[in-house]
Design a protein around this ligand. Structure first.
Ligand code: NAP
Length: 496
C-alpha cells in the first residue's frame, strides 16, 4: 500500500492554503491533495446558482500571500473567486499534488504503525500526517418534508444548481431566506420565474453597495503592493469593527439595527410587507445579509413572500405552515448545510477505533481549533470555532494553516513522531470559548447553524475578533510539543 508523508483531503480554500503553505515551507514532500470532485474550489466550484457572489470585500477574500490587484468589483462573483483559486493552485505548484475524483470513504489511525489508513474510491493509502480540509458548507441540507416524494418537478439545492432547468415562466418555490436565498431570489425573478419565497424567519439585511473598482485603482494596486496592502489592512480593520455589535448590546448594535431597518424602510413602502420582513430576533444572531436587490424584488411584486415555513408537498403544491397552498413547478432549497454535524466525523476513527462523531457527540470541540485528543497527527481546518460572521474566512484559515505548518515543521526537525493534544487542553480551550460566547448575540434566542442543538454551545464561531484568533494560535505555536509517544524513522514509499 502506498504510504505518504502528508495527505490533505479537500481542494477548497483551506486545502489550497494548507498545500501552498507546506510547499512554501519545504514540507510538502510526497504530499497528496485528494478531492472527490473533478476540480478545485470547494464552495466556489459547487455554488453556481445565479447571482452567487461573496459578501466579504474582494481584497479581504483572498490569500494574504497571493494578493490580487485586479478584482473587478468591491465584492467578487463566485466565478471570479473560482478563477482566482485556479490561478493560485497553478502558481503555487499544487497541480502535481492533486488527485481528483478521489472520494475518501474511511480514515483510521493505526496505533502500531503510527499512520493514518485511508480507504478511497481509488484504493487505499496510508500517511503520517492527515489534514482534513473538507469545508463546512459541503453537505447540503434538504429538509425532510412530508410528501416531498410526490413532487414531480425539478428539485435542487442552492449548491447543486441545475442550470438546464427552464426557469422563465415557471412557478419557482424558494425555501429559505439565508445568504444564498437573498442572492438567488432576485436573479430568478430577472429570469422571468414566478417566484415564491418560503420565509420561516425574516433576515436582517443591510446595504451591499457593490461597485466596480476603478481601473486607475487596480493599476495603482498592480504597480504598488504597499498601496494594496494598505487597502487590505483598512478593509480588515473595518470588518473587525463589526465584531463589537456581536458581543455587546451597545451603540454599535443599535447602529447596525438602525442601518438594517432604514434599508428595509427605504426599499419597501408597503407597511404590511415591511412588518413581515422585520426579524423578530436580535441582529447578528444569524448572519447579517448584504443585498440591494432582495427587498426590491419583493416590493415590486416580482417575488411573492410566504411568511411561513414550507412544511409539506402535496404533489406539486407547496403547503406552508400558515396553511397556504402554493402551486410550484420547480423547488429550490436554499436551506443551508450540515455544519454543526459534519459528515466527515462519521468516517474518521482515532485511537482505539474511536469515531470522531462520538468524540463530538455533544458538539464539535478542538484544541486551538485544529487538534483533537485521541486523533494524533490529524489537523482539521475550518472545524470547531473557526468561523466568523464579521470578517474573512481567509484570515481564519491562514491562521490555522500557520499553526499546522509550525507543528508539522517541528515534527520534521525534532525527534517527534506524534502531535496530539490532551483531553484537558481541548476542554479548557472550549470552556474559555463557551465563557466568551455566553453573553453574545449568537445565544440571544434565535436558531442558527452557529449553535449546536445538542448542547446549545456555539461550536462554529470563534467568539472573538479575527486578530484575536491569529494571536491565540500564535501563542499555541510557541508552546513546547508534547513528548513523543514514540520515535520511529518514517520511510515514505511513494514519490508524487
Ligand atoms: P443558511 O444560512 O443555513 O439558511 C438556511 C435557510 O433555510 C434559513 O433561512 C432557514 O430558516 C431556512 N429553512 C430551512 N428549512 C426551511 C423550511 N422548511 N421552510 C422555510 N425555510 C427553511 O444557508 P445559506 O443561505 O445557504 O447560507 C449558509 C452559509 O453559507 C452562510 O451563513 C454563509 O456563511 C455562507 N454563504 C456566504 C455567502 C457569502 O456571500 N459570503 C453567500 C451564500 C452563503 P431559519 O432561519 O428559520 O432556520
Amino acid at each position: 500500500m502506498t504510504t505518504l508523508e502528508t495527505i490533505i483531503v479537500g481542494a477548497g480554500i483551506a486545502g489550497i492554503a494548507a498545500g501552498a503553505k507546506l510547499r512554501r515551507e519545504g514540507l510538502s514532500g510526497d504530499m497528496l491533495i485528494l478531492e472527490r470532485a473533478n476540480d478545485i474550489g470547494g464552495t466556489w466550484r459547487d455554488n453556481v446558482y445565479p447571482g452567487v457572489a461573496c459578501d466579504i470585500p474582494a481584497s479581504l477574500y483572498e490569500y494574504s500571500f497571493r494578493p490580487n490587484p485586479r478584482w473587478k468589483n468591491r465584492f467578487s462573483t463566485g466565478a471570479d473567486i473560482q478563477s482566482y483559486l485556479g490561478d493560485v493552485v497553478a502558481e503555487e505548484g499544487l497541480t502535481e499534488h492533486l488527485r481528483f475524483g478521489t472520494d475518501v470513504t474511511a480514515m483510521e489511525w493505526n496505533d502500531a504503525d503510527e499512520l493514518w489508513e485511508l480507504s478511497t474510491t481509488r484504493g487505499p493509502l496510508r500517511c503520517r500526517v492527515l489534514i482534513l480540509a473538507v469545508g463546512r458548507l459541503s453537505a447540503p441540507i434538504i429538509p425532510d418534508l412530508a410528501g416531498l416524494e410526490t413532487f414531480t418537478g425539478p428539485i435542487m439545492h442552492s449548491s447543486t444548481w441545475d442550470a438546464s432547468v427552464d426557469f422563465g415562466g415557471s412557478r419557482v418555490g424558494v425555501v429559505g431566506t439565508g445568504a444564498s436565498a437573498v442572492q438567488l431570489v432576485p436573479q430568478l425573478a430577472a429570469l422571468g420565474a414566478a417566484t415564491t419565497v418560503f420565509q420561516r424567519s425574516a433576515a436582517w439585511v443591510v446595504p451591499r453597495a457593490d461597485a466596480p473598482v476603478a481601473p486607475e485603482k487596480t493599476d495603482e494596486f498592480a504597480r504598488n503592493p504597499a498601496a494594496l496592502r494598505a487597502h487590505r489592512d483598512a478593509l480588515f480593520a473595518e470588518a473587525e469593527a463589526g465584531h463589537t455589535a456581536r458581543v455587546s448590546d451597545g451603540v454599535e448594535r443599535e447602529a447596525l439595527r438602525m442601518t438594517a431597518l432604514d434599508h428595509l424602510d427605504a426599499q419597501v413602502a408597503d407597511r404590511e410587507l415591511r412588518r413581515r420582513l422585520t426579524p423578530d430576533y436580535e441582529i447578528g444572531c444569524k448572519r447579517v445579509l448584504l443585498s440591494d436587490d432582495y427587498y426590491p424584488a419583493l416590493a415590486s411584486g416580482a417575488v411573492a413572500l410566504e411568511p411561513s415555513a414550507l412544511v409539506a408537498l402535496d404533489g406539486n403544491v407547496g403547503v406552508a405552515a400558515s396553511g397556504a397552498r402554493i402551486p410550484i413547478d420547480v423547488l429550490v432549497f436554499a436551506t443551508g448545510f450540515s455544519a454543526t454535524r459534519p459528515p466527515f466525523a462519521d468516517i474518521v476513527r482515532g485511537r482505539n477505533g474511536r469515531l470522531l462523531a462520538e468524540h463530538w457527540s455533544k458538539g464539535m470541540t478542538a484544541y486551538a481549533s485544529i487538534l483533537m485528543a485521541g486523533f494524533p497527527n490529524l489537523f482539521v481546518l475550518d472545524g470547531p470555532n473557526a468561523a466568523l460572521g464579521h470578517n474573512s474566512a481567509f484570515a481564519m484559515i491562514e491562521a490555522q494553516v500557520e499553526l499546522m505548518a509550525n507543528l508539522i515543521g517541528r515534527m520534521a526537525t525534532q525527534p517527534v513522531a506524534i502531535v496530539e493534544t490532551t483531553d484537558a487542553a481541548e476542554q479548557n480551550w472550549s470552556a474559555e470559548l463557551d465563557a466568551a460566547s455566553t453573553d453574545s448575540v449568537w445565544l440571544s434566542g434565535c436558531t442558527s447553524w452557529y449553535v449546536d442543538d445538542r448542547s446549545g454551545r456555539v461550536t462554529l464561531l470563534w467568539p472573538g475578533t479575527a486578530a484575536e484568533f491569529q494571536l491565540a494560535l500564535r501563542d499555541v505555536a510557541r508552546e513546547p510539543l508534547p513528548a513523543a509517544a514514540s520515535v520511529r524513522p518514517f520511510v515514505t514509499s511513494a514519490a508524487v
